[in-house]
Design a protein around this ligand. Structure first.
Ligand SMILES: C[S@@+](CC[C@H](N)C(=O)[O-])C[C@H]1O[C@@H](n2cnc3c(N)ncnc32)[C@H](O)[C@@H]1O
Length: 272
């Protein structure tokens, strides 16, 4: 893992939560990938691939003539991702364990470079974006999406739901992460000198109990960070989780999840 602490779990214990993340955000991600220009036959790099949920979507889209390099700083994640894709008979993916800021991948070598929920975890997202641009071919497509965790809402309103997200954002801050990064993603990408930049936002809304459980499971994964930095007591975390779960299971409470900012653009042609 990079020197910067990571707030959430990795490897096998991370898998169930990331599956729910993809159930909530996956359809919007799929639409974004298509709109950004992902096509069969492309050579793709995905940074911060986690346990490989978006990786599988990308690999199936580019198909056999295409190829995917899926990279994560956590070896546990790349091992879990490789196992998942093997069991699902996806064979056009290669996994790399490396930091997104120093991938070791060749310059100008990918048609499409992508990440989801990666930049929000980084002290210096600009460094990862510069690396993504370096490995893109001229005219290649950069597509990044990330959240704004000040945007979730709950109806009927719930203090515990709001507190869960406050604690999550605070846990991120204590590790140098920025869980509001969605607000400034366009500017981060524009500052890299990309062309034809587009921005959209999407906010998934859930009523299904399993999807709504994402709120409490994410808070639970932040537990160690919150306790270590004295940002909450064990009792407060436990009570918040119980109360959020009660709302999640009602089947009538609406959970508006993190609004995602999706930004894509093209690397300029080389001059001369
Ligand atoms: C919240 S998970 C998202 C996983 C996946 N992109 C998804 O949306 O399902 C964030 C991932 O970024 C990885 N990560 C965090 N910091 C990283 C870094 N500096 N370089 C590469 N990967 C990193 C973590 O190990 C984790 O797998």
């Amino acid at each position: 893992m990079p020197e910067q602490p990571y707030v959430l779990l990795t490897g096998d214990p991370a898998e169930a939560r990331l599956e729910i993340v993809d159930s909530v955000h996956g359809p919007h991600t799929q639409a974004f990938l298509t709109k950004a220009g992902l096509l069969p036959g492309m050579n793709v790099a995905e940074l911060g691939c986690g346990v490989g949920l978006v990786t599988e979507r990308i690999a199936r889209t580019v198909g056999k003539p295409g190829h995917v390099i899926a990279l994560d700083a956590s070896h546990k994640q790349t091992v879990a991702a490789a196992r998942r894709l093997k069991t699902r008979c996806v064979t056009n993916v290669e996994f790399v364990t490396a930091d997104a800021g120093a991938t070791g991948l060749d310059e100008d070598s990918f048609d499409f470079v992508y990440c989801r929920f990666l930049l929000m975890h980084m002290h210096q997202p600009e460094v990862a974006l510069a690396e993504m641009l370096r490995i893109l071919k001229p005219c290649g497509i950069l597509a990044v999406e990330d959240g704004d965790f000040s945007s979730p809402f709950c109806w009927p309103a719930s203090r515990d739901f709001n507190r869960a997200f406050e604690l999550y954002v605070t846990a991120g801050e204590s590790c140098g992460a920025d869980f509001l990064i969605g607000q400034r993603l366009f500017q981060l990408v524009a500052n890299m000198g990309l062309q034809h930049i587009s921005i959209e936002t999407v906010q998934p809304v859930c009523v299904d109990a399993e999807e709504c459980s994402l709120v409490s499971s994410t808070l639970n994964e932040c537990r160690d960070t919150l306790l270590k930095h004295n940002l909450a007591t064990r009792k407060e975390i436990d009570e918040t989780i119980v109360n959020v779960n009660r709302a999640a299971m009602s089947g009538l409470t609406v959970f508006g999840m993190a609004r995602m900012t999706q930004v894509s653009g093209r690397k300029p042609q080389k001059e001369g």
